[in-house]
Design a protein around this ligand. Structure first.
Ligand SMILES: [Zn+2]
Length: 382
């Protein structure tokens, strides 16, 4: 017979849930939380589900966080991406690793902790929306609701403790030109030439490095002219989009002034540099324009929450290991912005996320459930 965490992961994988379309899986999760004995289950304005276990008026000692949305299915799959097929000890499907498995393990682990022992404080599970398009935005509303003392991000980490992560700043650099007929280019100013110079200049920018998080990165991800397509004409502007991976302690203003200084050194001055804020829409109908500035965070392995996680891993028979995430998670909101003690710890391998034939090992799911159960007890006793 399959255990509760495996069947719940299967049920969740079978409900497709692209960002902004998580209604079905949110309803499923809320129902399962109630059935498993969570005392307070609510769906917030964005559609994120928050389930709390433990005595009604007690403070929230710990919040396990995961997201319900998944990235689109692309390519040829061996298994139905929404079939949740089990094959040779692995469960296949979009969102199995990233990260319905982690959410299911948190729900089943906290429910088991409440059932098998007495919780003296409250512990919650946040199943939030829109993470794949804007990390931390939806978690922010959940944190407002429950004010947890600590947060565990259940994204895949091979059950290793992640003590920090890089941050992310999305930038839009627009080079201004003067439109003219392509047959008379001397009458205009072509912003594509300035864009080429800016790209080369910024490639040579020296970026900081952090011993725990590694090097900061500045990666161009898109370039588009206006009008697009620009046929037989010199465009009026060219915009390059950059993804800047940031380190602990770097602010958005640091990054902007570093780029401005470097462009000035290369004689590039007719431009606009902004932080992007593309619109997102929740399935509940709320539109927002969250700024794409997600700060990095990191902490020493001696931090109390890291020690508690090590203890939970040991009790669950998993040898404790620590490291950091090179990618961005909801932790940017809890730790990066709000300074709430936060760690990452989840089932599955980071490298299986967003892949064709995404899958998760069943033993990772079961171990995560046990680790989360132990951590619930440890956090309540602390
Ligand atoms: Zn994820």
């Amino acid at each position: 017979m399959l255990s509760d965490v495996i069947t719940l992961t299967q049920e969740m994988v079978r409900v497709p849930s692209l960002s902004g379309n998580e209604a079905g899986v949110a309803e499923l999760v809320a129902g399962r939380m109630r059935a498993l004995g969570f005392t307070d289950v609510r769906t917030d304005r964005n559609g994120s589900v928050l389930g709390l276990a433990g005595p009604e008026d007690a403070e929230v000692a710990l919040l396990f966080d995961g997201h319900l949305d998944v990235v689109p299915v692309v390519g040829e799959w061996r298994f139905d991406p929404f079939g949740a097929t089990i094959h040779e000890g692995r469960l296949y499907g979009r969102g199995s690793t990233d990260m319905k498995g982690g959410v299911a393990a948190a729900i089943c682990g906290v429910a088991a902790a409440a059932r098998e022992g007495k919780l003296v404080r409250r512990v919650g599970v946040s199943a939030s929306v829109l993470e794949e398009v804007i990390e931390g935005h939806a978690l922010g509303s959940v944190l407002d609701l429950c004010q947890p003392a600590a947060v565990v991000i259940c994204e895949p980490s091979k059950l290793e403790v992640r003590t920090g992560q890089k941050g992310r700043l999305e930038l839009s650099l627009t080079l201004h030109g003067k439109p003219a007929h392509a047959a008379s280019p001397h009458l205009g100013v072509n912003p594509l030439h300035a864009a080429a110079r800016a790209l080369l200049a910024l490639e040579s920018l020296t970026l900081p490095t952090d011993p725990a998080l590694g090097p900061a990165l500045l990666v161009p991800t898109d370039i588009v002219s206006s009008p697009y397509p620009s046929i037989s004409m010199i465009p009026s502007a060219t915009t390059i989009r950059f993804d800047r991976r940031t380190l602990s302690g770097e602010t958005a203003e640091d990054v902007l002034s570093e780029i401005r200084g470097h462009l000035a050194k290369h004689g590039i001055d007719d431009y606009t540099l902004t932080i992007t804020d593309d619109a997102v829409q929740t399935f509940t109908g709320i539109e927002a324009r969250p700024t794409r500035w997600l700060p990095a965070w990191s902490q020493p392995v001696e931090a109390p929450l890291v020690k508690q996680a090590f203890e939970a891993l040991t009790r669950a028979g998993v040898s404790p290991r620590a490291g950091s995430w090179p990618f961005c998670t909801n932790g940017s909101e809890s730790a990066g912005r709000r300074r709430i003690p936060t760690i990452g710890l989840g089932p599955g391998r980071e490298e299986d996320a967003h892949t064709i034939d995404e899958s998760i090992a069943l033993d990772q799911l079961e171990a995560a459930r046990e680790i989360y159960k132990q951590l619930t007890w440890i956090a309540c006793a602390a």
